[in-house]
Design a binder for this molecule. Structure first.
Ligand code: SAM
Length: 189
């Protein structure tokens, strides 16, 4: 069974083009940021956000080791996405990734929160280009994770199906506590 993180990468690879701009809304240890930098290539650009400087330091090291300089690291809450990303990038972003929860091996109290996650997701929907993709890996088994996952699911359920195509992918089981990957594609004009 392919890991959900790898499945997110596979789906994004189909859509995100060289030279485009992408966002990692939860940089963590930098695996997703690195993948996005590789996918958009040197002519593209990636914004990677995290509330923890320790996470961004890890991400910066991973990028440096791989020789990427096309990433802007932003130490902030992703609920600020709408203000931080300049208005000229509205509806210009090819892919946006969220991997919710806490930094593996880090401080487990620094965890994504339902309210800021929803604010960030709404901003992300405005930033996506036509045909662009948003992935959200959610962990209902974490403290607060069940409520956060349900809130994400509710938000996506209310999206106009004419404007957004949605699916949910489970890794092993579809039990209430199983991690799941929400995938949203903005319908092409
Ligand atoms: C599961 S990890 C992300 C893993 C990462 N994508 C990777 O490839 O290694 C979740 C990250 O979200 C960050 N985070 C938690 N709340 C956040 C918020 N409100 N805004 C931005 N990042 C946040 C945590 O600090 C943590 O590093």
């Amino acid at each position: 069974m392919t890991r959900l993180t790898d499945q997110a990468h596979e789906l994004i690879t189909i859509i995100l083009q060289q030279g485009e701009t992408a966002i990692d809304a939860t940089a963590g240890n930098g695996h997703d940021t690195l993948f996005l930098c590789q996918t958009v290539g040197p002519a593209g650009r990636v914004f990677a956000l995290d509330i923890q400087q320790a996470a961004l330091d890890q991400t910066a090291s991973a990028l440096e080791r791989a020789g990427f300089s096309n990433c802007e690291l932003l130490c902030c809450d992703h609920s600020q996405l709408g203000e931080i990303i300049s208005a000229d990038l509205l509806q210009q972003i090819g892919a946006i990734m969220f991997n919710l929860g806490y930094l593996p091996g880090g401080d487990h109290t620094k965890i994504t929160q339902q309210h800021s996650t929803l604010t960030a997701l709404k901003a992300s929907l405005n930033l996506l280009r036509s045909g662009g993709i948003l992935t959200i890996l959610a962990y209902p088994g974490h403290p607060g994770g069940a409520e956060e996952t349900a809130a994400v699911s509710d938000l996506l359920a209310r999206l106009d199906p004419a404007a957004y195509a949605k699916e949910v992918i489970f890794a092993l089981s579809e039990s209430a506590s199983a991690p799941r990957l929400f995938v949203v594609r903005k319908q092409a004009d």
